[in-house]
Design a protein around this ligand. Structure first.
Ligand code: COA
Length: 135
């Protein structure tokens, strides 16, 4: 059974471990990426998905404080994928943003994930842009 929570307790280490696996990055230390303080400072909320206590899914929701919410860092552990956990994590993120009064939830992603975001999660396509700020 997977338990989902909006703004649930989570440690930086747990998120860093999940992030390294999901995005194939090296494992950042908690000093390098202090998720807990970043969530407190920048996030409207976040979703945790836990199976037997272990963090198997996460998503972060940022906001402009009024209309817009932005979905980032949606990640499901490899062993928990393709069982609907991702779809549910996104649904909980949308519910949290809706409850906070936001009107739209934005996400960007690479082309192959259209099946996930459009078909499974109900996002609609819209023009969007990205400016690379480093390198
Ligand atoms: C993308 C991700 C969040 C999906 O999580 P998940 O728990 O496997 O998703 P779900 O089980 O809810 O998938 C629902 C449907 O979305 C589609 N889908 C899921 N993963 C997909 C993928 N990698 N590519 C294309 N479609 C996908 C499928 O249609 C799936 O239904 P099905 O399993 O019956 O075929 C997960 O694979 C992940 O964490 N990947 C690595 C990190 C990442 O890329 N995050 C997104 C950043 S924008």
């Amino acid at each position: 059974v997977v338990d989902y929570e909006w703004r649930g307790e989570v440690s930086s280490t747990e998120i860093n471990v999940l992030h390294a696996e999901a995005f194939n990055t090296r494992l950042y230390s908690d000093e390098e990426w202090d998720w807990v303080s970043a969530l407190e400072r920048f996030s409207l909320g976040w979703v945790t998905a836990r199976e037997d206590g272990e963090l198997v899914g996460f998503a972060n929701v940022l906001t402009d404080g009024f209309f817009h919410a932005f979905l980032e860092d949606v990640m499901i552990s490899a062993r928990a994928r393709r069982g609907g956990v991702g779809r549910r994590v996104v649904a909980e993120a949308a519910a949290g943003a809706r409850a906070a009064g936001c009107e739209t939830l934005h996400v960007d992603f690479e082309e192959p994930l259209g099946a996930f975001y459009f078909d499974a999660c109900g996002f609609e396509p819209t023009p969007a842009g990205l400016l690379r700020l480093q390198g």
